[in-house]
Write a protein that binds this ligand. Structure first.
Ligand code: GLC
Length: 429
């Protein structure tokens, strides 16, 4: 079940940390797609040192970013566990020079700062010998030989027993994660697409997970049995139904890929964040630490910059809800809990004014949030006897703008009331 804290969190930090950072290549997919052999991929185990990993520093950075929760990849599709699992020696304690339980240190540091604890766990395990034992939905494809051997039995023979063994393995690892690291607030699954709901043993699997903590939030990548939607990389244009979270990378990669210089700017990240909260969602912003546990300055700067912007505009972020439709205002917006304050996000420099249509309320006061400057406005048009409001033109010039997104605070005479009609002919004047 989605908890209140999640809907109010607005920002989470996603962390893709794993052996893939050693060569700086794509997490798991690089061997799955044949860009590197499985053997060479796994050689990265020898280079994973976590030598400068300081969970306290991560937690501090996350707190400074304004995020209220964090989600760490405890195990990606490659099957390498970041904790001391007793069910496979493919883990960083047994198989890498790091010899540390990363999940333990992370969980302690995150929890200590009052940040909600999220764990990513890949349902898929492309290293487990029992994983490629059945096909999606149990249907043998026309050409089993063409199936990827990491996912499916390419000889066409399905082995249910092995599949059941694999599910038990996942359950065992998940029990470790959900019982050995304090209270886990959120489980972030990935990879459900390779098997059907029945094969993942849903909904019983979900009941199993929540038996460890009834307040556990589970993302939607569980063949429709999760609690909230997770659109990825492409910002939704239509608001996803129900609670949702947009996950995104800062450059193009989830993990640490030093050759990927395609970074989004701070301004773009802030705007994307505003787009999410304006549509009632959260943003889960990803960082990919280096193998030694340090974080690329460009990623750190984005987190700190976003945090600084959020702190300046806190009241427009936390405790607010979804804003008004862009037909009313060509930008993002949020509404205060009592619905008496409307916050407009001004993305660009206005020429002489900012235009707001359809507002039936009287505006008592308009303030530029970061400077405290009060702005005047004028109303034009409207047909009072048909209750069709006029257009509010808020006087604002480029000098009033914040270097990134400007927020205008509009205090209304009552609860927000927007007109949504198609206008009318004025029959008497
Ligand atoms: C995709 C990818 C994976 C990444 C995830 C994050 O599902 O499989 O590599 O971890 O997105 O949302």
């Amino acid at each position: 079940m989605v908890q209140k804290w999640f809907e109010e969190a607005k920002l989470g930090i996603f962390i893709h940390y794993g052996i893939y950072a050693v060569n700086g290549i794509a997490e798991s997919w690089s061997f799955y797609n044949g860009r590197i052999s499985y053997e060479d991929y796994m050689k990265q185990l020898d280079g994973f040192t976590a030598s400068k990993f300081d969970a306290g520093q991560w937690a501090e950075l996350i707190e400074n970013s304004g995020a209220k929760y964090a989600v760490l990849t405890t195990k990606h599709h490659d099957g390498v566990a970041l904790w001391d699992t007793g069910f496979s020696d493919l883990n960083v304690v047994d198989k890498t020079p790091a010899k540390r339980d990363i999940v333990k240190e992370y969980a302690e540091a995150i929890t200590k700062r009052g940040i909600k604890l999220g764990l990513y766990y890949s349902l898929i395990d492309w290293s487990h010998p029992d994983y490629p034992s059945v096909y999606e939905g149990g249907r043998v494809p026309d050409d089993p030989g063409a199936a990827n051997p990491f996912s499916y039995p390419t000889d066409g023979i399905q082995d249910e027993e092995r599949w059941q063994r694999f599910l038990e393995f996942n359950n065992n690892q998940l029990r470790e994660l959900l019982t050995n690291y304090g209270k886990v607030d959120l489980m972030w699954f990935d990879g459900d697409w390779e098997r059907s709901a029945a094969q993942w043993n849903l909904p019983a699997f979900k009941t199993y997970l929540t038996s460890f903590n009834p307040e556990l939030i589970i993302n939607s990548r569980l063949q429709g049995h999760g609690d909230y939607k997770t659109p990825e990389q492409g910002l939704p244009i239509t608001r996803p139904e129900g609670p949702w979270e947009f996950c995104t990378t800062i450059n193009r990669s989830w993990g640490y890929v030093p050759t990927d210089n395609h970074y989004k700017s701070l301004n773009q990240i802030i705007r994307m964040f505003c787009d999410c909260i304006a549509m009632g969602g959260n943003m889960l912003l990803d960082i990919g630490p280096r193998e030694d546990g340090t974080i690329d300055k460009r990623q750190e700067d984005i987190l700190l910059g976003l945090g600084a912007w959020i702190r300046t505009h806190e009241e427009a972020v936390y405790g607010t809800g979804e804003g008004i439709h862009t037909r009313y205002y060509l930008g993002g917006s949020t509404v205060s809990k009592d619905r008496k304050t409307l916050y407009l996000f001004v993305y660009d420099n206005p020429k002489e004014s900012v235009c707001l249509k359809g507002l039936a309320n009287k505006i008592n006061k308009i303030t530029v949030l970061h400077s405290g400057k009060e702005l005047t406005h004028e109303i034009h048009g409207g047909v009072p006897w048909f209750n069709i409001p006029g257009t509010a033109w808020i006087h604002m010039t480029p000098e009033d703008a914040h270097e990134n997104v400007t927020v205008l605070k509009l205090e209304l005479d009552g609860e927000l009331d927007m007109y949504g009609g198609s206008g009318a002919v004025v029959t008497h004047n």
